[in-house]
Design a protein around this ligand. Sequence first.
Ligand code: THU
Length: 130
Amino acid sequence: MTEKELVAVARLAAENAYVPYSKFPVGAALECPDGKVFTGCNVENAAYGSTICAERTAMCKAVSEGYRVFTKIAIWGKGDDYTVPCGACRQFMSEFSHDMDVISAKGNGEYLSLKLYELLPHSFNKENLT
Ligand code: THU
């Protein structure tokens, strides 16, 4: 799928966002090497810290279905600026594919593509545990 197509899928996924507190819907579309795409949206909670971001929703859906390698993820947020992943999501994604493309989109569909290692250089990962 092209980056533009993946952004369109992420935008659609944001329609299911549960955002009664922030009113800021986010959607994610995560692509695997075989072309399979997992989607996710943000799911908020009255205990704000229990909120799950769209990226982690998509990642958990994929990993729970047996996928652990990812080529790219598109993130769409309704804002005027690019929706880039928060620190927790960067760390969570880097566990699986540190060199995946992270495509961050604005509400109008314009996007910016970066490598995850550019967003999270010098990350702590499983090699550090040896
Ligand atoms: N959010 C995401 O889902 N992904 C991001 O990359 C940035 C932030 C969500 C969390 C919260 O539900 C809302 O956006 C406002 O922070």
